[in-house]
Design a protein around this ligand. Structure first.
Ligand SMILES: Cc1cc2nc3c(=O)[nH]c(=O)nc-3n(C[C@H](O)[C@H](O)[C@H](O)COP(=O)(O)OP(=O)(O)OC[C@H]3O[C@@H](n4cnc5c(N)ncnc54)[C@H](O)[C@@H]3O)c2cc1C
Length: 495
C-alpha cells in the first residue's frame, strides 16, 4: 500500500466488527464507531443489538420452500466454516431440522419438501466443491445431508434432517471479535452515535458523531467508509447518494427469548421444528440455558420501509424504546407451546425476552436471501445482513470493494489487492491458547460480554464435554460433520 488509508466503519454488530477486522488485516487504519457504550469494563460493546440473539449458522435446511434461500445460506455457512474458530460453537454440534408429525397428519407433506431441499443443498455443495476444493469443509458432498427417523427427547417428530446447519453462541462470538479488534489495534470508539456522513470535494468522507448523552459533537475524516448499522444503514446510504437503488425492505418485528434449564438437557444441538403453528426452535446454548422461538408468538408485525426516508417506522422505534405490551404474554405462549415438544422445558422460566427487527427483501419469513453489499459511492459501502450466517461472505465482498477503490485511487497495485484479500480473509485469529486449555479464562471474559450484550450471564458457559469434542475434531481436521456428530453423541452418552 503506497499510502495507509484511514477507514471508518459505523456499527459494531457482526457486520461492522468483521468489516473493521478485515480492513485492518488488509493494512488500513480503521476506526469503528458504535452508538452503544459498555456496561462492563474490560470488554467492548460489540454485538449489542440484533447480533445478541443469534443462535443458528444456517445451512439452508431451514428454508425448504425456496431453493435460492437454501443456496445463499449454504454459501454463507461454507465461508463461516472457513473463517471462524471452533470456539464460537461452545460445544454445540449439528442442528436437527425436524418435520412435524402433526403437520403430516394435517395433510402437509413437509417430509417430501425437506427431502427435496436436501437435494438442493447436496447438489449446490457438490458444485461449490468442484469450483474450488477448499470449499469442501463438510466432507464428501454425498454425505453432507442425512435423514434420521427421530430425535430422542423430541415429541411430534415425523422425520429429522441432519445438514451442516450448526448453532453458535453469540457471547463467544463477541468475545473473539473483541479480542481480535484489540490485537489488531482497531480504534474502537463506543458511545459514538453517527449523525451525518458527507463526502467532500476531495472525495474523502466526514463522519459526524455525538459522544455519550449526545453532549459532545465530534467528527472524523476518512478515505473510505463502511456503513453497518442494520436498518439504519439504508437511510445513511440514501442521504449520501439519493440516486442509489435499494431493494424493497420488509422489517419484521419479532419476539425471542432465553430460558433457563433447571433440569439440564441431553441435547448439545439445536432442534428446529419447521413451519408456523407446528414449529419451534429449542437452541440450548449450554446445559443450563436455551434460546426458544415459536413462529406464531414471535411474529408481531411486518412493515415495508419507506423507500425515500428509509427510517424505522415510528411505531417500531417506540416499541424498541419502551417495550411492546404483548412481549411478556408472547414469551409465555412460546414457552407453553414448546413444552409440548421439548420435555426439558417442563420447569423452565423466562430469563429475558427481546423485541428485534428482522430485515428481509420479501414479506415471507420462509424466504431469506442474501441482501448483499452495496457500493453507495466510490469508497463507501453498505452491508445489511438478512442473516448472521451471511456475515463472512459479505465481508469478503465488502473488503474487495474497498480494495478496488484503493486500486483505482492508486494506493494499492492491482496484483496486490487479491493477495491482501486472501490474506485478510484467512482464519488467522490471534486468540489466547489458554481459552482452549483453560476454559474458565474464556468464560470470565465472555461473562463481561454477556453483560454488555444484555443477555443472561449463563450464556458465557460452554457445554460440558466440549473440550473432548473439540480435541477429537482437532485431531482429525478432515472429519466430516457426520464424524463430529458421532463424537458429540458419544460424549453425551458418556456423561
Ligand atoms: C429474532 C431474530 C433471530 C435471528 N436469529 C438468527 C439466527 O439464528 N441466525 C442467523 O443467521 N441470523 C439470525 N437473525 C438475523 C441476524 O440477527 C442479523 O442478520 C444480524 O445479527 C445483523 O447483524 P448486523 O451487524 O448487520 O446488525 P446489528 O447486530 O444490529 O448491528 C448494528 C450495530 O450498529 C449500531 N448502530 C446503529 N446505528 C448507529 C449509529 N447511528 N451510529 C453508530 N452505531 C450505530 C448498533 O448499536 C449495532 O451495534 C435473527 C434476527 C432476528 C430478529
Amino acid at each position: 500500500m503506497k499510502r495507509t488509508e484511514s477507514h471508518v466503519v459505523v456499527g459494531a454488530g457482526i457486520a461492522g466488527c468483521l468489516a473493521a477486522i478485515m480492513r485492518r488485516r488488509a493494512g488500513y487504519e480503521v476506526t469503528l464507531l458504535e452508538r452503544n457504550g459498555a456496561r462492563c469494563t474490560g470488554a467492548y460493546p460489540v454485538c449489542t443489538q440484533t447480533s445478541n440473539i443469534v443462535s443458528e449458522n444456517h445451512s439452508g435446511a431451514e428454508y425448504p420452500f425456496d431453493p435460492r434461500s437454501a443456496r445463499d445460506c449454504l454459501d454463507g455457512r461454507i465461508e463461516n466454516e472457513r473463517l471462524f474458530p471452533l470456539l464460537i460453537f461452545g460445544g454445540k454440534t449439528y442442528s436437527r431440522i425436524i418435520a412435524a408429525q402433526s403437520m403430516m397428519d394435517d395433510g402437509h407433506d413437509i417430509i417430501s419438501q425437506c427431502r427435496a431441499n436436501m437435494e438442493v443443498i447436496r447438489s449446490h455443495y457438490a458444485r461449490r466443491c468442484e469450483q474450488d476444493p477448499s470449499n469442501s469443509v463438510f466432507g464428501e458432498p454425498s454425505s453432507v445431508c442425512r435423514e434420521i427417523s427421530t430425535v430422542p427427547g423430541v415429541e411430534d417428530a415425523a422425520s429429522t434432517f441432519l445438514t451442516p446447519q450448526r448453532g453458535i453462541n453469540p457471547v463467544l462470538v463477541s468475545t473473539i471479535l473483541d479480542w481480535e479488534l484489540r490485537a489488531l489495534g482497531v480504534d474502537f470508539r463506543e458511545d459514538s452515535e453517527v449523525t451525518a456522513v458527507t463526502r467532500g470535494e476531495d472525495g474523502r468522507y466526514r463522519v459526524e458523531y455525538t459522544t455519550a448523552d449526545g453532549a459532545v459533537e465530534e467528527h472524523v475524516v476518512a478515505d473510505q467508509i463502511s456503513l453497518c448499522t442494520a436498518t439504519g444503514a439504508f437511510g445513511m446510504a440514501k442521504r449520501l447518494n439519493p440516486a442509489i437503488v435499494l431493494p424493497e425492505v420488509f422489517m419484521a418485528l419479532r419476539a425471542i427469548l432465553y430460558v433457563d434449564l433447571p433440569d439440564g438437557t441431553e441435547k448439545n444441538f439445536t432442534c428446529l421444528k419447521l413451519e408456523d403453528s407446528y414449529g419451534g426452535m429449542f437452541s440450548p446454548l449450554n446445559d443450563r440455558c436455551a434460546m426458544i422461538y415459536h413462529p406464531p408468538a414471535a411474529h408481531i408485525m411486518n412493515v415495508v420501509m419507506d423507500p425515500q426516508m428509509c427510517n424505522l417506522p415510528a411505531k417500531y422505534a417506540h416499541y424498541l424504546r419502551t417495550g411492546h405490551p404483548e412481549l411478556e404474554q408472547r414469551a409465555e405462549w412460546t414457552l407453553e407451546r414448546l413444552r409440548e415438544f421439548y420435555p426439558e422445558l417442563r420447569r423452565s422460566r423466562v430469563l429475558r425476552a427481546y423485541l428485534k427487527v428482522a430485515v428481509n427483501t420479501v414479506p415471507d419469513s420462509r424466504v431469506r436471501r442474501n441482501i448483499g453489499v452495496f457500493r453507495v459511492l466510490a469508497g463507501a459501502t453498505m452491508t445489511v445482513l438478512s442473516k448472521w450466517t451471511m456475515c463472512a461472505m459479505n465481508t469478503r465482498r465488502e473488503l474487495s470493494l474497498a480494495l478496488e477503490h484503493s486500486v483505482s485511487s492508486g494506493n494499492v497495485a492491482a496484483g496486490e489487492a487479491s493477495d491482501l484479500l486472501a490474506q485478510a480473509m484467512g482464519a488467522h485469529w490471534k486468540l489466547p491458547p489458554t481459552w482452549t486449555s483453560e476454559p474458565a479464562t474464556l468464560t470470565a471474559q465472555a461473562r463481561k460480554h454477556a453483560v454488555n450484550m444484555n443477555v443472561p450471564e449463563a450464556l458465557a458457559q460452554q457445554f460440558q464435554g466440549h473440550r473432548e469434542a473439540l480435541m477429537a475434531v482437532q485431531s482429525c481436521p478432515a472429519a466430516s460433520y457426520d464424524a463430529l456428530d458421532r463424537v458429540s453423541v458419544h460424549n453425551h452418552a458418556a456423561q
